[in-house]
Write a protein that binds this ligand. Structure first.
Ligand code: ATP
Length: 195
């Protein structure tokens, strides 16, 4: 019954109701390097698609797909800018008041399962013209959750909920990840410890 209700109502819901706000969005700057620290930060975030911005978060120039990182050697310090240019992963763009039905149609086309959500900022005190502002992201999963009427927790999610404040509990032996082990892949640490 929940799924039937969701299927009937999601189409007219607005993106604003389900998006992850920009303040909770994990992003990278083009100026960062894909060294062990940055890759560890990405890994710990648990996200598969990461918006990459230049100058400020309003100016997203592409997406970093975590799957593409299999080509990266952390000791090469590849610039995020070069990586994004090489793979050319682009995101969809939608408006806060677009309906989920319209956004789902776009996301299904296969370019990416994430759309950047824009709004017009009219409240600039400096008297400048209104400008486009990035206010959040929405993914295929956000929409599917509305359709089925339930939260989906995937293998690498660290938190759930619109505000992303609820930690995922995988129980005692539910696959809690031992971060200390992974540090052995950091060449800096290995070089210090081994001859
Ligand atoms: P996948 O399940 O394909 O590995 P994922 O777990 O990274 O992807 P989704 O399953 O698409 O992400 O979305 C899960 C939730 O996480 C959604 O609420 C979505 O808005 C949010 N989300 C996705 N990517 C990010 C990100 N880079 N920063 C913050 N929240 C994100």
């Amino acid at each position: 019954a929940t799924a039937m209700k969701g299927a009937l109502t999601y189409k007219n819901m607005k993106v604003q109701q389900v998006m992850t706000p920009i303040d909770n969005t994990f992003m990278l700057s083009v100026d960062e390097k894909l060294n062990f620290e940055t890759i560890a930060k990405i890994f710990k975030s648990g996200y598969s698609r990461i918006p990459v911005y230049e100058i400020d978060q309003n100016n997203v120039i592409g997406l970093l797909f975590v799957k593409d990182l299999i080509f990266v050697d952390p000791s090469c310090n590849t610039r995020v800018a070069d990586f994004v240019e090489l793979f050319g992963r682009a995101a969809h763009v939608c408006w806060v008041d677009d309906t989920l039905g319209d956004v789902l149609r776009e996301l299904k086309k296969g370019r990416s399962h994430m759309a950047l959500v824009q709004d017009v900022n009219q409240q600039d005190d400096t008297g400048n013209d209104p400008f486009y502002e990035l206010v959040g992201i929405v993914t295929l999963e956000d929409i599917i959750e509305e359709i089925i009427g339930e939260e989906i927790i995937d293998e690498t999610d660290t938190s759930v909920g619109g505000g992303k404040s609820i930690k995922v509990d995988r129980g005692e032996d539910g696959g809690t990840f031992r971060w200390e082990r992974l540090c052995l892949l950091d060449s800096k640490i290995v070089d210090q410890m081994l001859s």
